[in-house]
Design a protein around this ligand. Structure first.
Ligand code: PAJ
Length: 283
């Protein structure tokens, strides 16, 4: 299938109409570009679960705080379009800021309480920005399914909540985190790491797996296991923002582990903030 590149809503509607007329089941994969193997795994999953994949590429200004990396976020549209085409997607939707937020745009979707904890506590307004753009992308595309990575686990929870609360007729699919061979979760922001920081970066996942195994085997009380993880990361030179055991859906704290939970971490290496998470199942 040849790739159709749409730069505005009108053009997108034409491409979507063709897919609908051909009776295609459509999967949407929203991204901010700078595509890596993690993004490509979502496109592949889309092709398995649907007949046609629409990939959106848009660096959304509303989800970046004033002191965050919006201006220096990597932008490489030509290379991204080649990757999307090679992967077999049907449509790449790469709108301008004016196309999604025309003059006078003044509404937003609140991510609610889920959007204010964990990442939301460190990045006020971030998840409202995500909820707003994802709602618009879903309504503009009206896909059968939309795929999001578990790499950004809280984002996946927020989107599931918004879609359920606002009756958006789409099935949300969570996809597993793709990692480099040394365990580091793939991320467009990994390119910010210096070579020394890149060497230390896999310790984040290693620490998650150690803490997770202590919790799932009940070797330590949850609070002690988490404190040991924070101490380990701090001694390696990380500035830990949080390391928390949370309920898989509500993301509320879990003090005593039973059957399953999410272990989530955010920590800074130099100026780069890394996030990761794993599921914990009782063993
Ligand atoms: P972005 O960071 O580009 O990520 C796009 C999608 O790829 C998200 O669903 C993210 O969870 C997923 N992803 C990133 N790294 C991954 C990895 N290593 N393995 C599997 N999936 C991975 O997340 C966003 O963009 C934006 O917030 C967006 C949802 C597009 C809204 O602007």
């Amino acid at each position: 299938m040849q790739l159709t590149v749409s730069r505005d809503a009108e053009n997108l509607q034409k491409a979507l109409l063709e897919l609908a007329q051909a009776g295609r089941r459509v999967a949407l994969v929203p991204t901010m570009g700078a595509l890596h193997a993690g993004h490509m795994s979502l496109i592949r999953l889309g092709l398995e679960l649907a007949d046609a994949v629409v990939v959106s590429i848009f660096v959304n200004p509303k989800q970046f705080g004033p002191n965050e990396d919006f201006a220096r976020y990597p932008r490489m549209l030509e290379a991204d379009l080649r990757k999307v085409e090679e992967a077999g997607a049907a449509v790449a939707y790469a709108p301008s800021v004016e196309d999604l937020y025309p003059q006078g745009f003044d509404s937003s979707v609140s991510a609610g309480e889920l959007g204010r904890i964990l990442e939301g506590a460190s990045r006020p307004g971030h998840f409202d920005g995500v909820a707003t753009v994802v709602t618009k992308l879903l309504l503009r595309t009206l896909p059968h399914i939309a795929i999001f990575g578990e790499k950004d686990y809280q984002q996946l929870c927020v989107i599931r909540r918004v879609v359920a609360d606002l009756d958006i007729p789409v099935e949300i699919i969570g996809a597993p985190t793709l990692r480099a061979p040394d365990g580091l979760a793939m991320s467009s922001r990994n390119g910010y790491l210096s070579s020394e920081e890149r060497q230390l970066a896999p310790k984040l996942y290693e620490t998650l797996t150690h803490v997770g195994s202590a919790i799932s085997k009940n070797e330590l009380p949850v609070a002690k296991a988490l404190a040991a993880g924070v101490a380990q990361l701090t001694s390696l030179g990380y500035k830990v923002d949080y390391l928390e055991l949370r309920d898989e859906d509500s993301l509320q704290p879990i003090e005593r582990f039973k059957d399953s939970a999410r272990l989530l971490v955010a920590a800074k290496l130099g100026n780069t903030r890394l996030i990761d998470n794993i599921v914990i199942l009782s063993s």
